[in-house]
Ligand binder design. Structure first.
Ligand code: SAM
Length: 422
């Protein structure tokens, strides 16, 4: 999409036409929706030198992206603007809000018209979360269309008084230019969670240097960032949403606290984005030794991936006097069941060395029909196992596949409680 086509969408007529497209009908029958737009005299008038097909394409793309954007931004997405890549890379609203809250605490101490910098602002998800909390912020992005989209989002959310965006290369930002800084480098090549600092733009070292030049700063990184790559002076926070690990956040300067590693577990309830959902934290305890290892006890705990990735399983186990089944596997076991967003708790019905025959018999014995299969440290193909189990009863059970020592084990369990929602 060219900037000129995008800007045509921002005119009064452009917004009017965009608002009239029914997203569901357009998704069901895009050819008819596009043809209707092509015949709309307002679209031809808007095109002003652009091919009408380009404008129609820009409209159809925006309608589709707004629908897709609801997964990250809820109903707000219907007022926002996106590019496909910008939406893909944007921080979901719950996470941006969580981070922005902490940054806003520091920003309230800024004086003399100082503003925060969002370097690599993309379509503005983090910038909007900051401005939405009253923080004056300047966004910078190298891509002209992305910067235009971020600007449009500031207007769409009525935040013009607090936020602005400029096009530019953040590596040219003077060190210390912003007392409070956020940077979310682009990870090129769509390589997902792979942490490869050379694939970041700006390069990771440059982003860390910018962060160190600010009084307080926050860098977003891939959740797979190796612990050895964590800067000594930063505190790291791994964040998951609804049981899925989303990112690592590094805090610098006044925003780095004594805690080197933290797991934060967020929940978005029933599409309710913002921060209404459950939220829980677990901090590294420098005094904590390794968790003890024992045979299975009454309950099995399956920690959230943020707890596992932040290497805080021992701290989690300590909360319930728990112990590991195997020192290399992140499940832990305890005598009591404590419900928390930090883990799922299962009551252990039977522990057995892995054998399809034994497992099938046990499942039949429990009259199980709904079988949830979880695994850590097991190479078993869970879909094939589900078919092979041929469960046909009425009860629900969870089968946990793991290994204890060198032997594969299965644990037959019943769910005690899903993560608490408050
Ligand atoms: C991961 S996205 C930012 C997403 C944003 N935090 C959000 O939630 O919407 C990274 C952005 O960095 C921009 N970028 C990459 N290298 C840059 C550079 N050297 N200077 C400025 N922007 C850059 C890209 O254009 C991209 O929009």
């Amino acid at each position: 999409m060219r900037v000129s086509a995008f800007e045509a969408l921002l005119t009064d007529t452009g917004r009017e036409v965009l608002a009239e497209v029914d997203p569901e009908a357009a998704a069901r029958d895009p050819l008819t929706a596009a043809s209707r737009l092509r015949q709309d005299p307002r679209v031809a008038a808007l095109a002003l030198g652009l091919p009408v097909s380009e404008l129609v394409n820009a409209l159809m793309t925006q309608v589709a992206l707004r629908e897709r954007g609801r997964a990250k931004f809820g109903d707000l997405a219907r007022r926002m603007f996106f590019t496909p890549q910008g939406l893909e890379q944007a921080t979901r609203r719950a996470v941006a809000g969580h981070r922005a809250e902490r940054m806003a605490g520091f920003a309230s101490r800024l004086t003399g018209g100082a503003c925060a910098g969002d370097l690599c602002c993309g379509i503005g998800a983090d910038l909007l979360a900051l401005a939405g909390r009253g923080v004056a912020v300047e966004g910078v992005d190298a891509d002209p269309l992305t910067a235009a989209v971020a600007r449009a989002n500031i207007g769409a959310l009525g935040l013009d008084g607090l936020a602005r965006v400029r096009e530019g290369d953040v590596t040219e930002t003077a060190r210390g230019r912003f007392p409070l800084l956020f940077c979310d480098p682009a990870r090129r090549g769509g390589r997902g969670r792979v942490f490869d600092p050379t694939a970041y733009s700006p390069p990771w070292d440059a982003a860390v240097d910018l962060a160190r030049g600010a009084e307080a700063a926050c860098l977003k990184a891939a959740p797979g960032i190796p612990h050895e790559a964590l800067p000594e002076d930063a505190s790291a926070e791994w964040i998951s949403v609804d049981g899925e690990l989303k990112e690592a956040t590094l805090w610098f300067g006044a925003l780095a606290d004594g805690c080197r590693r933290r797991a934060t577990v967020l929940h978005e309830r029933e599409g309710l984005l913002a921060r209404e959902g459950a939220e829980a934290h677990l901090d590294a305890d420098p005094e904590a030794g390794p968790a003890p290892v024992t045979p299975a006890r009454r309950y099995l705990y399956d920690p959230d991936p943020a707890v596992v990735r932040s290497h805080l399983v021992a701290e989690a186990a300590a909360r319930v006097d728990g112990s590991l089944l195997d020192e290399r596997i992140a499940y832990f076991t305890a005598d009591k069941a404590e419900i928390s967003p930090l883990w799922r708790v299962l009551e252990i019905v039977e522990v057995m060395p892995f054998s399809l025959k034994r497992l099938r018999a046990a499942i039949r014995g429990l009259n199980a029909g709904t079988v949830t299969i979880k695994k850590r440290g097991s190479a078993v193909d869970t879909e094939k196992l589900r078919r092979d189990l041929r469960a046909s009863g009425t009860e629900a059970v969870t089968v946990v596949l793991t290994r204890i020592g060198e032997r594969p084990f299965s644990l037959l369990c019943r769910e005690v409680g899903a993560p608490a929602s408050a």
